[in-house]
Design a protein around this ligand. Sequence first.
Ligand SMILES: [Zn+2]
Ligand SMILES: [Zn+2]
Length: 256
Amino acid sequence: MKFCSLGSGSSGNCYLLSDAKETIIIDCGFNASEFERRLKRFEINPSSLTAILLTHEHDDHSKSIFSVAHKLKIPIFLTHGTFKMCHKKITKSLQLDLRFIKCLEVFRIGNISVTPIPVPHDAREPVQFKFQSNGKTFAIITDLGFGNKILLNEIHHLDGLILESNHDDDLLKQSRYPKSLKERISGMYGHLSNQESAKILNNIDTKRLSWLGASHLSKENNTAELVTKSWQKVLKNNLIDINIIDQDNGVNWVSL
Ligand SMILES: [Zn+2]
Ligand SMILES: [Zn+2]
């Protein structure tokens, strides 16, 4: 199993996960031409893409996802709540193969088992995904206010993890953002701070992790150094590198 990210942050998120047979898109928060440009940069042939997963309706995850699914003629997996909130994007001209998924009900795409994990976030029915294939387990966990017991249980033993680390609490407090936005971001249904993401790492067994990445960093209210510093404090597996997935460059293919 291998994965990459075409970029992550509030201007657009997109990941790809691949095994011998399938290449799955997870979210597409770029517009269609930017998505194609980034695929080209990563030397990915669009015809090799076999399925799409959507985590939730926010534009930085869903922007061109339905037109991409239509163009590539591949199925799109999403919760019913997310579907309901995306009705404006699902225009009549699009021919879509929609597959409805339920929280914690494992489904398969080829040989890849996918677990949709419910997360506390201000969307209708948001999920994040855990993938299992060939004895390896990998998860992408972003867009959540805190790590609840369901999440900690699902991501306890992983080989690879991408985890949101959106903002530093102090930088957010001092920022020029309006009070309501500050409260939204730092709330229980907002985004993980460096302190909250570190708490998650502290509460899971990271010994088996061979790859760890931080994503969805705020350009205004965070830095790679602050993420690294707060994560290093809690990592028991202190030999592991902390990779930062940024908005412009994402991260190139990583094999587990
Ligand atoms: Zn987001
Ligand atoms: Zn979101």
